[in-house]
Design a protein around this ligand. Structure first.
Ligand code: XBP
Ligand code: MG
Length: 260
């Protein structure tokens, strides 16, 4: 019954990275004189498609179908996405703050022996860049397993990447808990059988998170409480290891049909 591992998403959960992604996409389109500009409103819609390469292709289907008629269109999209990834690394290495409570909670979980892992649709290169610059001493070695975009044929909301990470941890989903920021991420973890805590990010605030065990503005800090959007449990203003264990037990009890 105990919580053995916490699997965290990357973009929007560890840090608010999507503005950096959006800037990297636009800088790349400008670099190659493509008349494409993804403003915040359009980008929020495009985020429904996970995977940056898939997002570019989806944008072409919707807005520039003629682009896909070029014989080497797929190769050009690969090239643009690789360029975007290089630009994203430049932007992120300027420094990006982790979201509230992320470093505190991950450190506490690690110190208390709760195993940590990552399940994301972004590329392994982007994960390495972010972990190397954003989480301080809590780098990649704090995570026992890292499932990235290249590791699953189907990206979120498909459960594949969570199932892949569970295999690497050799744990059943019911011994774990996921932390996500988006409907796609919630659906992926839920479909893989995990309870999911959602911390909304600016790009996903107000979305439908019905399957989550709780929905918060962020993980909070003792001196900077989070906002509770929905939770069946009374909290302390921020998420600590005990908070996660309480959600996890309540979810397991409900799963067994024992809840009143
Ligand atoms: C978020 C995504 C990623 C990023 C862009 O990943 O969907 O596609 O938006 O990164 P998650 P790439 O929330 O699962 O961490 O261009 O590398 O895909
Ligand atoms: Mg995310």
């Amino acid at each position: 019954m105990s919580l053995k591992a916490v699997i965290v998403d990357v973009d929007g959960t560890l840090a608010d990275t999507e503005e950096a992604h959006r800037q990297a996409f636009n800088d790349t389109f400008r670099q190659f004189e493509l008349p494409w500009r993804w403003d915040a409103s359009l980008y929020r819609q495009l985020l429904a498609v996970t995977g940056g390469r898939e997002r570019i292709r989806h944008y072409c289907v919707e807005y520039f179908p003629a682009f896909l008629e070029m014989p080497d269109a797929e190769g050009i999209i690969d090239f643009l996405h690789a360029q975007k990834t290089r630009r994203y690394a430049q932007i992120v290495t300027r420094g990006l703050a982790p979201r509230p409570g992320v470093v505190r909670l991950l450190r506490q979980l690690r110190d208390e022996g709760v195993r940590l892992a990552i399940a994301t649709t972004t590329s392994r290169a982007n994960v390495g860049t972010l972990l190397g610059t954003c989480l301080g001493a809590l780098g990649a070695d704090a995570f026992e397993a890292i499932g990235a975009g290249e590791d699953a044929a189907a990206k979120k909301p498909a459960p594949d990447i969570y199932r892949r990470v569970l295999e690497q941890l050799a744990l059943p989903p019911e011994d774990c808990l996921a932390i996500e920021d988006s409907p796609n991420g919630l659906l992926a973890a839920h479909a893989a059988g995990l309870p999911v805590l959602v911390t909304e990010c600016p790009w996903t605030a107000g979305e439908d998170f019905s399957e989550a065990v709780a929905v918060l503005s962020d993980l909070g800090e003792p001196d900077r409480p989070h906002r509770v959007i929905r939770s069946s449990l009374e909290g302390i203003g921020y998420v600590d290891a005990t908070s996660l264990r309480r959600w996890h037990v309540a979810w397991r009890v409900a799963l067994m049909g024992l809840a009143p």
